[in-house]
Design a protein around this ligand. Structure first.
Ligand SMILES: [Zn+2]
Length: 142
């Protein structure tokens, strides 16, 4: 893979206007967008104006839920050509999953649901996991 350097201006331009900059003094450039009880965050891997050199540092898109401390979904986007489109695609996907999760309650206990990912793809899991193991397939919701 050939990695590319991304300038802060390039990254700002590629990020949809609805995203706001997340305060992260001294750290990497982070953007966020709230969706109901969720938050989509984009970690740019850009510090002090430019992305770090070749290596593992990737752009990350993370979906956070009010229900849990940790990110519920996370995806790495390597800094290779096409990174901008892929970042937006993942952010959109997380946005749609968050919207769906806010509309659907756990079939078992009625609690809120959270988007999760398994090797079979995305699904909605109970926010009370591991106490409740209720899941909803996203296929039957379409
Ligand atoms: Zn449940």
């Amino acid at each position: 893979m050939s990695y590319v350097r991304i300038s802060e201006e390039e990254f700002r331009e590629a990020t949809p206007d609805c995203f706001e900059e997340f305060p992260n003094p001294g750290g990497e450039l982070v953007f966020f967008y709230p969706v109901g009880s969720f938050l989509v965050k984009i970690y740019s891997s850009i510090i002090r104006g430019e992305s770090r050199g070749v290596g593992k540092d990737a752009i990350r898109v993370v979906l956070y839920s009010n229900q849990t401390e940790k990110g519920t979904l996370s995806r790495k986007i390597y800094r290779v050509p096409g990174w901008g489109e892929r970042t937006i695609k993942v952010a959109r996907e997380f946005y749609r999953l968050a919207k769906k999760a806010d509309e659907v309650s756990c079939e078992v206990c009625g609690a809120a649901t959270i988007p999760r990912r398994s090797k079979f793809g995305y699904f909605l899991g109970c926010s009370k996991y591991p106490k409740c193991r209720g899941t909803t397939s996203l296929k039957i919701l379409r």
